[in-house]
Design a protein around this ligand. Structure first.
Ligand code: HEM
Length: 253
């Protein structure tokens, strides 16, 4: 993980597996063709000017606007990296981490605990493969057949969607799966967080007050989300003469 330099967009080459092919990203990451199409249009109009790293940051901004009505301006000028190493994606946080582990993971990139909780609100949209949470449903531990921090009716509703051995996908936020909003935090209050890394934010005393505030004040959360997205999009960027402006986002020039 090189930072916000589009390294995640690079395809593996013979003998050099890229971040895209780390199990944390493959098969989860999708929509690469959308970035490729934006890039093709930009190259046609204005060649060699807008980096893939900027396109990705703009796409995140436009998605937040489209599915959440959240508006923010993104500084531009990132340049594209030429390096992508599969094993570096192991720095990504696992869905099994607890709140303190998540705080430490985000801190390594300069993001605060409040930013981590605020950004986790992105799990208000999208899906997860069963493999990321099915251990919570089936033979959880010696004492509990399923994770006691998950509402039992919610667990019952998930089981048929994730029979052992399957790897289907289910919505991360069962209440408003296609809307970026603070209902994610209400769901956590109702013990309907899908991933351990979601539900732990309510369970841990260090993050619980943040969850409760975000659940209560939708516009406060939306403002914090916008700000944290801009901050996250500034991590380890390349500027000036560093890196390059790729011609195609999946390949170095
Ligand atoms: C707090 C630590 C985080 C963990 C442990 C985590 C983990 C995960 C996992 C396991 C999935 C499901 C992947 C799959 O099974 O296909 C997922 C999906 C997703 N995550 Fe996170 N994530 C975290 C933070 C974030 C942040 C900061 C954002 C963005 C601001 C984000 C945005 C998303 C989105 C939009 C999806 C749905 C993707 C889709 O529908 O294909 N996550 N995350």
């Amino acid at each position: 993980m090189q930072g916000c330099d589009g390294s995640v967009l690079l395809e593996s080459t013979p003998g050099k597996a890229s971040e895209r092919d780390h199990p944390a990203n493959n098969p989860s990451l999708r929509g690469f063709h959308v970035i490729d199409e934006a890039k093709a249009q930009l190259e046609a109009e204005c060649p060699h000017t807008v980096s893939c790293a900027d396109i990705l940051a703009f796409a995140a901004r436009d998605s937040a606007n489209k599915v959440g009505g959240i508006n923010y301006a993104v500084p531009a000028g990132r340049r594209d990296g030429r390096i992508s190493i599969r094993d570096e994606a192991s720095q990504l946080p696992l869905p099994t981490l607890n709140a303190d582990q998540l705080i430490a993971n985000f801190r390594q990139k300069g993001l605060s605990a409040d930013e981590m909780v605020t950004l986790s609100g992105a799990h208000s949209i999208g899906v997860s493969h069963c493999s990321s949470f099915s251990h919570r449903l089936h033979s959880f531990n010696a004492t509990f057949p399923q994770d006691p921090s998950m509402d039992s009716r919610y667990a019952t509703s998930l089981k048929p969607k994730c029979p052992p051995g399957s790897d289907n996908t289910v919505p991360l936020d069962a209440s408003t799966p296609n809307r970026l909003d603070n209902r994610y935090y209400t769901e956590l209050k109702n013990h309907r967080g899908l991933l351990t890394s979601d539900q732990t934010l309510l369970g841990s005393p260090s993050t619980r007050p943040m969850v409760l505030t975000n659940a209560k004040h939708s516009s406060v959360w939306a403002r914090k989300f916008a700000k944290a997205m801009v901050h996250m999009g500034s991590i380890d960027v390349l500027t000036g003469s560093q890196g390059e402006i790729r011609t195609r986002c999946a390949l170095v020039n």
